[in-house]
Ligand binder design. Structure first.
Ligand code: PAF
Length: 283
């Protein structure tokens, strides 16, 4: 069932809670692909009722980012989510989420701001304010849906770590379930932003997963020196790539690693054809 208002979601949730049903929420920005499908399937398996939100959240985009051109495919999204067993597809307007005419700045809106340490690195460095926007909208979705479980992709690893921190710090009564990255056969991690790439761009984008796989293979052979592991990336990069970062951090705390070990998450962000792509691998 497609619903657009918070009131309609709350009414359904109230009924479900009365029946003692377990509720799952899968927050998305739409343009659903097989990565999202894996989250919805997991949610349907684990929960009695599933809400998929489809909302391109304006407050997590910077002024020069792709908010306006972000792919919007609501009809196909509803079909896919319902086909997989979702009970509600919640697709609010920005006015419904943030109040009509609300100026979307932290002068006027109560934000959930994650700690500086978590946002002043990796994607947060170039996307200032991004994680404040993510935490704020996700907190709102948790409050609206009252879900018992929230499902998120491991592809946005920094996002998931920050959301876990938020849930823990603010005692939000929900359990977050991280789901593995879904890839094309080529190795390319699925992303709604892959839609911006042409054939050549998709080929060039393979460098991200190739770099990560190669680092993992070197680590598995015994190399744990991070500079040496980083060095191996350069043979995959051409003038088609604009590397933003390649970092080695603790998988739970985001602290920088001095030496690679089995708790090390390697994260990469790189632009191809002007499209910012991210990927990661656990060593
Ligand atoms: O990962 C996303 O698609 C978004 O950041 C999320 C979690 C749906 C919040 O808008």
């Amino acid at each position: 069932m497609l619903v657009h208002t918070i009131k309609d979601v709350r009414e359904k949730v109230k009924e479900w809670k009365k029946e003692g049903l377990v509720i799952g929420v899968v927050p998305t920005m739409g343009a659903l692909h097989d990565g999202h499908a894996s989250l919805i399937k997991k949610a349907v398996e684990k929960c009695d009722r599933v809400i998929v939100s489809v909302f391109v959240n304006p407050i997590q985009f910077g002024p020069s980012e792709d908010y306006d051109k972000y792919p919007r495919t609501l009809e196909a999204d509803v079909k896919l989510a319902e086909g997989l067993g979702a009970d509600i597809i919640f697709a609010p307007t920005p006015d419904e989420m943030y109040g009509e005419g609300q100026r979307l700045s932290n002068d006027t809106l109560t934000y959930v701001a994650p700690p500086f340490f978590y946002v002043n690195k990796l994607c947060g460095k170039s996307r200032v304010g991004h994680f404040d926007g993510v935490c704020t909208v996700v907190m709102k979705l948790f409050n609206i849906t009252q879900a018992d479980y929230g499902f998120f992709g491991q592809k946005d690893a920094q996002q998931l770590i920050i959301l876990r921190k938020m849930v823990n710090d603010l005692n939000v009564p929900i359990e977050l379930i991280g789901c593995p990255i879904v890839r094309e056969d080529s190795g390319l991690a699925l992303s709604s932003r892959n839609k911006y790439l042409d054939e050549q761009g998709k080929k060039d984008a393979l460098a991200l997963s190739m770099i990560l796989n190669n680092i993992k293979a070197c680590y598995d052979k015994g190399v744990n020196n991070i500079s040496a592991l980083k060095e191996t990336a350069f043979s995959f990069l051409t003038e088609a790539h604009e590397l933003e970062y390649l970092e080695f951090v603790d998988k739970d705390t985001l602290e920088d690693k001095e030496t690679a070990d089995n708790n090390t998450l390697v994260l990469i962000a790189c632009r191809v054809q002007g499209v910012r792509l991210i990927d990661n691998i656990l060593l």
